[in-house]
Design a protein around this ligand. Structure first.
Ligand code: URA
Length: 422
């Protein structure tokens, strides 16, 4: 094939064949198709879309560029969860041990944060000694023993995606349903999970802000999963308001441990329990006392086993920043707005996130919210506290928060983080 012909086809709203897509993805991964050519192709896909068959072919072509894991030798069923990413989204931390505590294997191959959305591995690396790199043999052993493993995906699974995603990131072609769906599902299909629950976000802090677009993304991904033999479900969740009270890394681990101890913010508990029920149902367990497992120590025991197996000390003190800045209410009233995106950007600017893949993160940096939308406040009351090890960062974080929250009067409409839309 000549890649220029394929670009022309897509540019002119034509459809590519299975063979053409397979060839193109493989040739790009090997470096025979240049970044410039693939940029033109991704923009043509962005503008003109893909048919259902093309999205399926694209996904399977990306899977074929790498290795596939096989969990069929395990004595347990596997279920996994994937979130399209949000601000304060630490759900994997309490969820993986919660579900695993019912005898299901939960392999969570996760990523690092880029931009305003955090990464699960960055959060867990706040725990002294914990390591993200686990060999396949270690992963299998840990799934049999602890039941859950959260680790780095490694470059062997769908390597085409890593290259393509980096290209999309710098060419304005991230927010595209066929490309997001094939990117996420290629990794999940390569991972070899038997079942998958997708947490598809909508709202200001999500990749796709529009609910209908998020619903469409969810449908496309569920179809891709089902077609590839993965039992797949999706829930749509609201990402207009940060999830929980902690945004950062170490503070999100602290909040997750609170949930595993039977406490924690109501929205984090609700989403954890909802996703756990779906994951367990897909694994054939319909009568689990999910709430009970959070209050009776069952999920906490699995958390401790999971962290210890990867070298972490679940009892070690988590890093604390040297500098703190408290923002207080300027008047009496009700907090009516608290927008996920500005809070995510502010936490990132405090050092919790990275601008480039190779940047380090400051595990102690972040924001603790003290109030949520709907809470009454009085003048001078703390609204949130910012943490960093570099005080020069406060100013830029505060700039990001201009207009990010608002105190109104009692009776005004309040921005909500829920409810879940199934
Ligand atoms: N997450 C991914 O893994 N890929 C995308 O394209 C978007 C979000």
């Amino acid at each position: 094939f000549d890649v220029v012909d394929l670009i022309r086809t897509k540019r002119d709203k034509g459809a590519l064949t299975t063979e053409q897509i397979g060839w193109m993805v493989d040739a790009y991964t090997r470096g025979y198709v240049a970044d410039e050519q693939m940029s033109a192709m991704t923009m043509a896909i962005f503008l003109n879309g893909m048919t259902r068959e093309e999205v399926r072919d694209m996904t399977l072509a990306m899977v074929a560029t790498g290795t596939r894991l096989d969990f069929s030798g395990l004595s347990k069923k596997t279920t996994d969860k994937h979130s399209t990413g949000g601000v304060g989204d630490k759900i994997t931390l309490p969820l993986a041990p919660l579900v695993a505590s019912f005898g299901v294997a939960v392999p969570q191959l996760s990523g690092r944060g880029l931009g305003h959305t955090g990464g699960t591995l960055d959060k867990l690396e706040s725990i002294p000694g914990w390591r993200a790199n686990v060999s396949v043999d270690e992963m299998m052993a840990q799934l049999e023993s602890a039941g859950a493993v959260v680790c780095a995906a490694g470059s062997g699974l769908a390597p085409a995606d890593g290259k393509l995603y980096a290209l999309r990131d710098i060419t304005g072609t991230v927010e595209c349903i066929p490309l997001i769906a094939s990117s996420i599902m290629s990794k999940k299909i390569a991972e070899g999970t038997a079942a998958l629950v997708l947490d598809v976000k909508f709202g200001s802090g999500a990749f796709l802000k529009d609910t209908e677009q998020s619903r469409e993304l969810a449908k496309v991904m569920v179809r891709l999963g089902e077609d590839a033999g993965v039992a797949t479900r999706a829930v749509l969740t609201n990402m207009n308001v940060p999830l929980g009270l902690a945004i950062g890394n170490a503070n999100e681990v602290r909040e997750s441990v609170e949930v595993l101890a039977g406490g924690g913010p109501a929205d984090v508990v609700e989403l954890t329990v909802t996703l756990a029920r779906h994951m367990l149902e897909l694994a054939g367990i319909t009568d689990a006392d999910v709430e009970g497992a959070l209050t009776n120590g069952q999920a906490m025991d699995t958390w401790r086993a999971m962290i210890t197996a990867q070298g972490g000390d679940p009892d070690a003190a988590l890093p604390v920043a040297s500098e703190h800045h408290v923002v207080t209410a300027e008047r009496d009233g009700v907090l009516v707005e608290q927008h996920a995106l500005p809070f995510g950007i502010a936490a990132w600017r405090l050092g919790a996130g990275r601008a480039r893949k190779e940047d380090p993160v400051d595990h102690a940096a972040g924001i603790d919210l003290h109030v949520k939308p709907g809470d009454a406040v009085t003048a001078g009351q703390p609204l949130f506290t910012m943490h960093t090890n570099e005080p020069a960062r406060f100013e830029r974080a505060l700039e990001a928060l201009q207009g990010g929250y608002r105190i109104g009067d009692a009776g005004e409409a309040v921005q909500t983080g829920g409810p879940l839309v199934a």
